[in-house]
Design a protein around this ligand. Structure first.
Ligand code: SF4
Length: 148
């Protein structure tokens, strides 16, 4: 049993609420083992659809250390939603004894190796999303959707 970003399975939890992304390798994997879909942004109390958010001046580890913030496109601070979402995902992992999370790249929540750079221009930098960073800090293995 593993956790995965819900949108990788085609669940319409992305910021615009559309079915615009899924990962065929994750869907194939779901036929062989149980994948529990989680969307940290929804679990953190944000609605769908919602404004897109990005980490400003750092990555998920910096957010957890209080050195960076998560703002939405209208400059509303949603850092607390992102941290709460990460905590909820860890709760689910511990509840089921799950040791691995498969994350969607570029997301400020679920990105494993890459996140958007905070400019809202579609630029990507190396870094971890808030949930991925939080899971890593708490002993959960995180795997990029690109490395399956
Ligand atoms: S927070 Fe994660 S699961 Fe939710 S839409 Fe973004 S990438 Fe997908």
């Amino acid at each position: 049993m593993k956790l995965c970003s819900a949108c990788l399975l085609g669940i319409r939890c992305e910021w615009d609420g559309r079915d615009r992304y899924k990962n065929e390798k994750v869907i194939e994997l779901s036929k062989r083992e149980v994948l529990i879909p989680v969307c940290p942004e929804q679990l953190g109390g944000l609605p769908t659809p919602r404004e897109p958010s990005e980490i400003i001046n750092g990555d998920g580890f910096d957010v957890l250390n209080g050195k960076a913030e998560v703002l939405d496109r209208n400059r509303k601070n949603v850092t607390h939603n992102f941290i709460r979402g990460a905590e909820e995902v860890l709760y689910i992992a511990r509840f089921y004894g799950i040791k691995q999370f498969i994350g969607k790249e570029n997301s400020p929540s679920c990105g494993i190796k890459y996140i958007y750079d905070g400019s809202f221009k579609g630029n990507v930098i190396r870094g971890s999303g808030v949930t991925s960073a939080y899971l890593r800090k708490n002993g959960i293995e995180v795997v990029s959707e690109e490395d399956l």
